[in-house]
Design a protein around this ligand. Sequence first.
Ligand SMILES: [Fe+2]
Length: 281
Amino acid sequence: MIDLHSHMLPGIDDGAVDLSMALEMARMQVDQGVTIVACTPHILPGVFHNEGPQIRQAVADLQRALDDAGLTLLLKPGADNHIAPDFAHQLRSGRLLSLGDTRYVLVEPPHNLPPARFDDLLFGIILADYVPIITHPERLKWVGDRYDLIKRMVDHGVWMQITAGSLTGRFGRKPKYWAERMICEGIAHILASDAHDATGRPPDLAAGRIAAEKLVGAAEAHQMVMGRPFDILSDKSVLECAPIRVEALDGAVRTGGDGPRASDGYGAGALRIGLRRLARQ
Ligand SMILES: [Fe+2]
């Protein structure tokens, strides 16, 4: 598996506090079958003063420590880039970081309120030839009020990253509901751990994958933790990436015809099927 969202660089945000915790997190990743991790610390001016060059150096330092410890885990640079008005410009200048220097970039919106002119910001990023990936939309406090905005963004080419722990219930009932709904409706592209430590918010991609399998089948769950993350790190265009395929109870598989998303009509059916599956467990 490939985990494209993790806070394991030691001592630079609210993730791993020191090298020993980072190594423990890396060990947990390896133990559950993760081979590549994107190190994506927060970039949030006024709170976490991280910038591209310093993150790259921290990734190189941690990679050396992993190699010395005999841990077979490949690290890629990245960032949990909080929204900013000149986002595309900051990406080009190297202050913000995309995932592994590809066109795919994590974008973290504010948790409590939808930002003003959010569509404009995202379209600006798309016009600059990047693909924005919204981090953990299911955990945003405003997702229920503005689900129409989330769906419209996906229609316009924005990707969605669901947190593995949301599917297992680590963040409570609401994030679990929205995570399941987005996956079953075919508007969730990748799963990631967003791990911050080794206990409270540990690397848990394997558990998330199992939960996703119960909703939409093994093939799509595989795409969320391996296929599409690999396509992302290969910097494939959106149209070359694996489409979202939501598997129904009868084994039928439908795909969307316009890039990586299932069709609306089928999404509603899949949601009912997913919820029935869960109810039987
Ligand atoms: Fe994060």
